[in-house]
Design a protein around this ligand. Sequence first.
Ligand code: PDD
Length: 286
Amino acid sequence: MGDDTVYLNGSFLPLSEARVSVLDRGFIFGDGVYEVIPCYGRRPFRLTEHLARLQRSLDGIRLANPLDSTAWEKLLLELIERSDARDQALYLQVTRGTASREHGFPADTPPTVFAMSNPLHPPPPQLLEQGVAAITLDDIRWRYCHIKAISLLPNVLLRQQALDAGAQEAILLREGIATEGAASNLFLVDEESSVVTPPKDNRLLPGITRDLVVELARDAGLTCLEQEITEARLRHAREIWLTSSTREILPVTRLDGAAVGDGKPGAVWRQVYRHYQQYKQQLRAG
Ligand code: PDD
């Protein structure tokens, strides 16, 4: 890796000196977008189209474009100028900037803008003569929600949509089945006072808090079922709870504007919440 000049937040500097905070939302959440633009004989290829796609990507994640087309062009041409290669691949990335770790968008935070240029080599003739091998795979983008991965852009966008609607969390539906929250697991209490949470599979993160809540509910003599929750079942629930390491067990009292049960935290929640607090207390006491 040479020490080429790169662009970061308004400055051109050697790659070895370019630094981004570990709290950058690109690093923490994968909360950003990028482009790769080839250049031939130092001329960008379809620059207008690449910048238009960048704008659509930024619009898609609700991030204001930090530069207009003229400014993008100026900075990219300067990067091309500073590289020795005739053919280059320009890489640019915009993230939602550096802020304390909350899923919702940070207020008044400038985006991080990074760009670099790498030499571009066409595929070697041998590959073109022989062609290449490919395999087919199930398109799992993104059906691996059981992995606690840092690529949380969908979760970030969903949480922000909830916040914009005056709600604290989004409960996610996949093909009519409620899976989990944007950053929490889901429980409900049904007509028979059974506690229900979706079974652990690739559609949700196996929450540590979730497992403890299942344990505590069963220890308290409650029926706790691990079953699929259809949207209709969710809407008819007497109680709905959300669990996570940071939010413990949160009672949901309004869903899409309608009261859940009698619109107040329920009796079953109160009971399990008490056990949860006792569990915490025991930990504190050693
Ligand atoms: N998130 N589901 C998702 C998608 C989550 O991000 C989380 C937690 C949970 C609950 O898991 P646990 O009980 O182990 O915290 C479920 C953390 C708190 C976060 O991203 O801030």
